[in-house]
Design a protein around this ligand. Structure first.
Ligand code: PGA
Length: 269
């Protein structure tokens, strides 16, 4: 099966290139990155998303507004209550007020380092979707789970728990990032064909969970040690709609390189 490339260049079918800066970049560094990126990339057929630290959101949104290219600025975390005595937390209304358009939920670093549970992930997804926000939900198995052949079971459970009681009409606001934990920040990517199988499996799970709804047009990204060289192999896979990059999104040079190469691949098809 080949990707429908004509469709891919239409608004709903754009290849997604997302970056997650994690705990990197001061506002000054964010500004330098975006100025260089916007100088390198004047237009694109890709859907470009950057998950930046809270303190960089406002500056990034303003810099993008002044440019001709639409880079969607997202937050890496939030709390699911609107306001109140929750010291240190940031809510969706606060994020919306500074122009945040998309939220990252369930990243393995939050699940592992900050002990975020499936229940909390579910609360976040319910709140975000009801608040008209778009979401990228991350799922992924450990190396041991993969070695013992449990990867599909693990992913299915993560999806079911994260999306519990999320209504069918809100599912179009959600994309999924398949990020095997053993591939994150390790330099070791999944074999593109394996990642493709898992992304296909995720689409089937969602279809099943939402009563065979084939029209949901769910986007599934691959993430885990994607870089400016290997991303092309994922781009070509029929069930992979985009990439979520960590390390490779930190340099404007490598991030813009990926966007520019993706654009030439679309044109050459
Ligand atoms: P990485 O991170 O590209 O540095 O492996 C990916 C991620 O955590 O989303």
């Amino acid at each position: 099966m080949n990707k429908n490339v004509d469709a891919k260049t239409s608004e709903t079918e754009k290849f997604i290139i997302a970056g997650n800066w994690k705990m990197n970049k001061t506002p000054e560094e964010a500004k330098n990155f975006l100025e260089e990126f916007l100088f390198n990339v004047k237009s694109s057929e890709c859907k470009i998303i950057l998950f930046v630290p809270f303190i960089d959101i406002e500056k990034s949104v303003n810099l993008i507004k002044e440019s001709n290219i639409n880079v969607i600025i997202g937050a890496q975390n939030f709390y699911w209550r609107d306001s109140g005595a929750y010291t240190g937390e940031i809510s969706i209304p606060m994020l919306k007020a500074i122009g945040t358009k998309i939220l990252l939920v369930g990243h393995s670093e939050r699940r592992i380092n900050f002990k975020e549970t499936d229940k909390e992930i579910n609360e976040k997804i319910k709140k975000a979707t009801k608040s008209d926000m778009n979401v990228i939900l991350c799922v992924g198995e450990t190396l041991n789970q993969r070695k013992s052949g449990k990867e599909k079971e693990v992913i299915m459970l993560q999806l079911e728990k994260a999306l519990k009681n999320v209504r069918k009409e809100l599912i179009s606001q959600i994309s999924i990032a398949y990020e095997p934990i053993w591939a994150i920040g390790t330099g070791e990517t999944a074999v593109p064909e394996d990642a493709n199988k898992m992304c296909k499996f995720i689409k089937m799970c969602i279809e099943k969970m939402y009563n065979g709804d084939k029209k949901s047009n769910l986007k599934v990204l691959y993430g885990g040690s994607v870089d400016k060289e290997n991303f092309k192999e994922f781009f070509k896979m029929p069930y992979i709609d985009g990439v979520l990059t960590g390390g490779a999104s930190l340099s404007a040079d490598s991030f813009s390189h990926m966007v520019k190469v993706a654009d030439t691949i679309v044109k050459d098809f």
